[in-house]
Design a binder for this molecule. Structure first.
Ligand code: SF4
Ligand code: SF4
Length: 229
């Protein structure tokens, strides 16, 4: 391939990443409203709480095909952190203990246990189910906002039970590859909404990032265009 062809190919790739990034931004700007409506309206209209199992089901099914893609593109809470809370977060590094596997599975078990126990109090009442989901949404989103204000916009996403399930069932799907030639400017890591460590993590070019939300932001900012799916 000639140098001109290589440049043309790079330009075409960059145009595609820019298109994807703009599409994701538009989607998220519409989606974050869902979490606000659920939290504000849920105490009055409990059926709004069913947005919680709907998103969870989408995440788990999507996880089998594309890992944490749903976290990056379709999760209303992720959109809320990316598009709203980000502006008031100090953006400190997410501590490693928040990504610890054991911690994440314990939290997943506790949250599921709490949900099943609460629903078992009135299993035949669909409005009660809705109230339980709204309560869970308020507690977890509130915790996520506090962590965002203290640490990083997506601190919650580092250990979100939905994210843990997706990375468990499909964390190895659609991996990112890093070509040779990295100048270690770390622009990719600065742009990563999940605050993932990317540089020096490749094995034969392949990056093992089970919590990657497939947002393409790193691809877009890499001055050398070295990151690919
Ligand atoms: S590694 Fe890249 S694609 Fe994955 S979450 Fe971070 S910025 Fe997005
Ligand atoms: S942005 Fe590109 S060149 Fe810079 S550290 Fe990341 S992969 Fe390497």
């Amino acid at each position: 391939m000639t140098a001109v062809q290589q440049t043309e190919e790079r330009d075409a790739e960059r145009a595609e990443w820019e298109r994807l990034s703009a599409r994701r931004r538009r989607l998220q700007l519409a989606l974050w409203i869902v979490v606000v409506v659920t939290i504000v309206g849920g105490p009055f209209w409990p059926l709004l709480g069913f947005t919680v199992p709907a998103v969870t089901l989408t995440a788990v099914v999507g996880g089998f095909f594309k890992g944490r893609y749903v976290c990056g593109w379709l999760c209303p809470r992720g959109a809320f952190y990316d598009r709203v809370v980000k502006w008031v977060s100090p953006g400190r590094p997410i501590p490693e203990w928040m990504r610890n596997r054991a911690f994440r599975w314990v939290l997943l078990g506790l949250l599921m246990g709490f949900m099943v126990w609460q629903i078992s109090l009135k299993p035949g009442d669909v409005y009660h189910w809705g109230r339980v989901f709204v309560r869970i949404c308020i507690i977890t989103t509130g915790l996520g906002v506090v962590l965002a204000l203290l640490v990083h916009p997506r601190s919650w996403c580092a250990f979100c039970p939905m994210g843990t399930l997706q990375s468990a069932v499909g964390g190895k799907k659609s991996p990112l590859y890093l070509e040779k030639g990295c100048v270690e400017c770390r622009s990719c890591e600065q742009a990563c909404p999940m605050n993932l460590a990317i540089v020096g993590r490749e094995n034969d070019g392949r990056l093992d990032l089970p919590d990657c939300v497939k947002c393409s932001e790193c691809q877009l900012v890499c001055p050398k265009g070295l990151l690919h799916y």
